[in-house]
Design a protein around this ligand. Structure first.
Ligand SMILES: Nc1ncnc2c1ncn2[C@@H]1O[C@H](COP(=O)(O)OP(=O)(O)OP(=O)(O)O)[C@@H](O)[C@H]1O
Length: 839
């Protein structure tokens, strides 16, 4: 039973489902192997070992390694130590008369003239102090203080008390000099004796106790005398092992009349000094051997220091005083240990910042006060810039140090390259609140400054030299590489720089081995450093991969270019081969051997205008037999095919064979063909062919020099043959055709058409040997007058008919008038005759 398919429902809608789509392959994250040309296609280029590179495992040092210089560096990195010392509210009077009193009197002699206004203010201040015993600053603990504004300020401006904390130590008012020294200076001195440089600077408003802290008194010696005591004491203890020499230099930077900054050497034989960059020229270093000698030197220097009485301080320092204790180690034949490095301990007593309202300074004193305040401000700006730079390495380190001699001298410290400490001194009085606030606000952030003590590590002498040799210009760039953790990776800069260079130089991919050298050798427990190293490696690998991808793309483009070049090369080769073949054919067709010269002399007249005038050598085989003579024909491979019928006409019309022969003889007298040519030949040629190609002038053109040519011309003239030069010039052709029925010599190929037409105008087939052998040069085209054309030319010349083909090119000929007489009927008649001739 046949199953008939149900008739299609007219309302049925055929739903064509889209063919199931094939999911595209997920782009492989693996390195694109296929994109890299296989070695089979390009055997010379080895494939890039991307797989190998990516398969490389970065070794992780799991075992803790012994602490290296870098780890030591990380450990020794520390913040700037900022100490705070609070001066007693009322300064104790000298209890006993002694040396201190004498110095006091002497210093008063050197003091600036007392300001009478200040005197009044001082008395007023004294009275105020007596009335008010309130203090504005209270010590919370060893590291923090609370600064409370006076009640008046609290009420009027609602200023609240502020806590300042984070100090390395806070010395209360009753803290002794020794306590301050032990906490603050003793570590510095120990480091100094261990070969580390250090600096301590005292900052604070005028009269807050900076000088007292630094130099002290006889009863209460300050930090400098105490440090000298310790230094000489320790030197004596270890004198058996090492001998040291200590030198002290002390100088001040002051303002002369509040204008220019000056440096004055405070040593006994010192004088004015000058500064070059950060070095003071001519600064004397006085050798000291014991504490007494050193203290004496310091005392004499203090007597020379400029001081003055102000409202704030009866002996206010008017200059910045810097004292350097220089330690030099003398080798005694024993092994050099870590304490053998030379070092300098610098202690700076800054002039106290002062407010005009309080000091009551006027005139030059006021200018001097401005200089003091300016120096303090520059000092603070340097530290602030350092702090901001360390917080954000992108922020460049400002060059505030250039603005004062003091900061120029302390540049290395102020740029964080050497370790320093600050001692802030404040007065606790209620009236000193503003000075204290200003100082603490400005200086308390400095405790966040970090110092990289790389150059202070005695066991890192080589590193110290290396880093110190680096130019300052390179510093920001290095920090940029290191990032915010500059203090941690400072030592690893050289390794990391190598990595950066690797990123830049892809050609050095083989240097990947260096990747496994982490900048920091992590300790086993230091996960932070490990993670950081891992992140660095990841970033580096990512960067390297991007570079490799980039170069791969470049490689692909280059390969495409190479392919196109190859194709072009093949095409060029093919073309070259074709051209070579053509050249060979052309050569074979062009080259006429001496044996074939006779053939070349045959002129094959083709009456067909469109047919090529020049045929190949084999085409003239039909007339070869007509000539038994061999002629050289170097200039033209073509021959004029001469119809037998025309030959008869030519023979009939030929005349003066003797003349021609004689011409030829004379012509060939000096050429190498003269022996070959004889009258018989010419007569035969004349009789049989009258071929213009028998023009011996042409045949010998390549061998006849100009002398021969001229001889030929003379011979021709001597034979009284009317001179008719059948040269390549159309004008000459016309001359020939019109004046003399000469049979011109064969012309060059380029003039074939012209010659062909010209032949028609030749009334006489008398073969004229071109006497103008000047035109026989190979380079010049040669014309030939064909016999058939000669006949026609002869006939038509009688009729006065000329063809257009005779018209000289370039309108240079003298037959212009004749050409103008042409009519269309003449031309038609000419063509008709041509066709008849062909028949
Ligand atoms: N801690 C202290 N204990 C006892 N007396 C002190 C203390 N600090 C300062 N003085 C006394 O206060 C007076 C002013 O001190 P000092 O000259 O050191 O101040 P200064 O900060 O150096 O002032 P300037 O900046 O004007 O030189 C001095 O007579 C000093 O003896």
């Amino acid at each position: 039973m046949e199953m008939k398919s149900p008739p299609p429902c007219p309302n049925t809608v055929t739903v064509r489902r889209n063919p199931p789509r094939r999911a595209r392959p997920t782009p492989s994250t693996n390195p694109p192997q296929n994109l890299i040309p296989s070695s089979s296609t390009k055997p010379d280029v080895t494939p890039f070992p991307i797989q190998e590179i990516l398969a490389m495992e970065i070794p992780q040092n799991t075992q803790p390694e012994p602490p290296t210089a870098t780890t030591t560096l990380a450990q020794v990195s520390e913040n700037l130590k900022v100490y705070l010392r609070i001066r007693p509210l009322v300064s104790p009077k000298p209890l006993s008369k002694g040396v201190n009193d004498q110095n006091f009197k002497q210093r008063h002699k050197n003091a600036w003239p007392q300001n009478p206004v200040a005197k009044k203010n001082a008395i007023r201040e004294k009275n105020t102090k007596k009335k008010s015993s309130e203090i504005c600053i209270s010590v919370n603990d060893s590291q923090s203080v609370t600064l409370s504004p006076p009640q008046a300020l609290q009420d009027s401006k609602r200023i609240k008390a502020v806590v300042y904390e984070g100090f390395s130590h806070v010395f209360p008012a009753d803290a002794s000099q020794n306590a301050v020294y032990k906490k603050m200076v003793k570590p510095l001195v120990e480091d100094f004796l261990n070969g580390k440089n250090g600096m301590l600077a005292a900052l604070g408003p005028s009269g807050s106790g900076k000088t007292h802290t630094v130099f002290g008194t006889v009863r209460e010696p300050g930090m400098v005398p105490l440090a000298l005591q310790q230094i000489f004491k320790q030197n004596q203890e270890c004198g058996s092992k090492l001998t040291r020499s200590f030198y002290i230099s002390i100088f001040e930077i002051y303002s002369e009349g509040g204008k220019a900054e000056r440096i004055f050497d405070l040593s006994p034989e010192g004088g004015d000094l000058s500064m070059q960059q950060s070095t003071i020229k001519g600064l004397q270093e006085v050798a000291v051997t014991d504490t007494a000698q050193a203290e004496s030197l310091i005392a004499s220097a203090m007597l020379k220091r400029a001081t003055a009485m102000t409202n704030s301080n009866s002996q206010s320092s008017r200059s910045q005083c810097i004292i350097n204790i220089h330690s030099l180690v003398n080798q005694c034949g024993e092994e050099l240990d870590v304490q053998s490095n030379n070092s300098i301990l610098t202690i700076v007593d800054l002039a106290g910042a002062e407010r005009e309202r309080r000091t009551g300074n006027q005139g030059s004193r006021l200018l001097e006060s401005n200089f003091i305040n300016n120096t303090s401000m520059v000092f603070g700006l340097c530290l602030r810039s350092l702090l901001e730079h360390q917080k954000n390495p992108k922020k460049p380190l400002q060059k505030h140090f250039q603005n004062s001699l003091l900061t120029r001298y302390l540049r290395d410290y102020l740029e964080g390259k050497k370790r320093m400490a600050l001692i802030l001194t404040v007065k606790p009085g209620e009236e000193d609140y503003l000075d204290a606030v200003y100082l603490l606000r400005q200086a308390s952030p400095f405790m966040k400054i970090k110092f990289n003590n790389v150059d202070e590590q005695p066991n890192l002498v080589q590193h110290k030299r290396h880093i110190q040799s680096l130019s300052r210009v390179e510093e920001p760039r290095k920090k940029k590489y290191c990032g915010p953790e500059a203090h941690m990776v400072e030592e690893g800069k050289s390794s990391w720089d190598d990595h950066s260079n690797l990123e830049e130089d892809v050609a050095g991919v083989s240097k990947l081995e260096a990747v496994d050298i982490a900048p920091i050798k992590p300790d086993g427990n230091d996960l932070t450093i490990k993670n950081r190293n891992h992140q660095i490696m990841q970033n580096f690998a990512r960067a390297l991969w991007n570079v490799l991808k980039e170069y791969k793309e470049k490689l692909m483009v280059a390969e495409k270019h190479i392919e196109s070049l190859r194709e072009n090369l093949i095409n060029e080769k093919t073309r070259y081969t074709e051209l070579e073949e053509k050249l060979e054919d052309f050569k074979s067709s062009c080259t006429c051997s001496k044996e074939n010269l006779v053939e070349a002399t045959l002129l094959k007249v083709d009456t067909d205008v469109d047919a090529p005038m020049y045929s190949e050598r084999n085409k003239c085989g039909d007339v070869d037999g007509m000539l038994n003579t061999k002629f050289k024909c170097d200039n033209s491979p073509t021959m004029c095919n001469l119809d037998p019928d025309l030959f008869s006409e030519m023979n009939a019309s030929a005349h003066c064979p003797d003349c021609r022969a004689s011409e030829c003889n004379s012509f060939c007298a000096k050429c190498d063909l003269n022996q070959r040519l004889n009258k018989d030949i010419f007569s035969e040629v004349d009789v049989k062919s009258h071929s213009p190609n028998l023009n011996t002038s042409e045949c010998t053109s390549t061998r006849c020099d100009e002398e021969v040519t001229s001889q030929m011309e003379e011979n021709v003239h001597s034979l009284n043959v009317e001179e008719s030069i059948c040269s390549s010039s159309p004008r000459q052709d016309q001359d020939i055709s019109s004046q003399k029925p000469l049979d011109p010599p064969p012309s060059h190929k380029e003039d074939a058409a012209v010659t062909k037409e010209c032949n028609l105008d030749v009334p006489d087939c008398d073969i004229r040997y071109n006497s103008s052998c000047k035109s026989l040069n190979m380079k010049k085209p040669k014309r030939r007058l064909q016999p058939a054309s000669s006949i026609l030319l002869r006939d038509f010349s009688a009729l006065g008919i000329e063809d257009e083909g005779e018209k000289p090119k370039g309108n240079r000929g003298g037959k212009k008038a004749v050409a103008d007489e042409r009519t269309q009927g003449n031309i038609s008649l000419l063509r008709l005759l041509k066709s008849n001739l062909r028949i």
